[in-house]
Design a binder for this molecule. Structure first.
Ligand code: DX5
Ligand code: ZN
Length: 217
């Protein structure tokens, strides 16, 4: 199993002082998870390219951009220019993700596929060779602060087995409702990248909250 990595979701941060919020946890985490929402694919609007380019000079973390939008591929050039390292797009938007994966690579971006809670493992399994990361949603996308859905764990296990049996290097990320009480379940099922928004940024001591998550791994 690869080392566990923690990816705080800035969706739960105080946007009026985003730079400080990131600086506080910068040395204690691995990736920065950036939730982009368009009000179409999900019933919420969050942030976009100007915010990503504003925070880029203030962080050395891997920028993991979770694109909850109906046409994420239209913005790959701008995302690459803004400093995104990795883009993840929903398999529900691209039932055949081969062209979008190729486009991401052309722009020098890492590429991942996200599956909503109801979307079966079989939808992403044919494409595991294309990806750097598979993201298993453990809440309905659109909002932070929701409860973890343990019913996605069997799917996570299935995807883990498929990645391993094909000898692939893809990471498996779990996104939604990760807390000290749920992170261990996701690790046991085979996740290696853990997104946590509320559990980190809504905690009185975000660095302590990261440690509390790591302690459960
Ligand atoms: C939901 C987002 C998640 C969310 C996680 O649409 O994809 O990344 O910010 O937030 P918490 O950790 O609060 O569930
Ligand atoms: Zn996300």
């Amino acid at each position: 199993m690869k080392p566990a990595r923690i990816a705080p979701s800035i969706l739960a941060a105080d946007f009026s002082r985003l730079g400080e919020e990131i600086a506080r946890i910068e040395n204690d985490v691995d990736w920065l998870h950036i939730d982009v929402m368009d009000g179409h694919f999900v019933p919420n609007i969050s942030l976009g390219i100007p915010v990503i380019s504003s925070i880029r000079p203030h962080s050395k973390l891997l920028f993991d951009c979770h694109l909850m939008t109906t046409n994420p591929d239209s913005y790959f050039p701008e995302l690459a220019e803004a400093g995104a390292d990795l883009v993840t797009v929903h398999i529900e938007v691209f039932p055949d993700p081969r062209p979008v994966a190729e486009l991401a690579r052309e722009h020098g971006l890492g590429f991942g596929l996200v599956a909503n809670p109801i979307t079966p493992a079989a939808s992403v399994e044919p494409f595991l060779e294309l990806v750097d990361v598979v993201v298993v949603m453990s809440v309905e996308p659109g909002f932070g602060g929701q409860s973890f859905m343990p019913e996605v764990l069997p799917k996570l296990e299935t995807i883990r087995k498929a990645v391993d049996s094909q000898g692939l290097d893809a990471d498996i990320q779990i996104d939604g409702g990760i807390t000290p009480s749920t992170i261990g379940l996701a690790r046991e099922a085979g996740a290696d990248v853990f997104v946590a928004g509320s559990a980190i940024f809504r905690a009185p001591d975000p660095v302590g909250a990261v440690r509390a998550l790591r302690n459960e791994l």
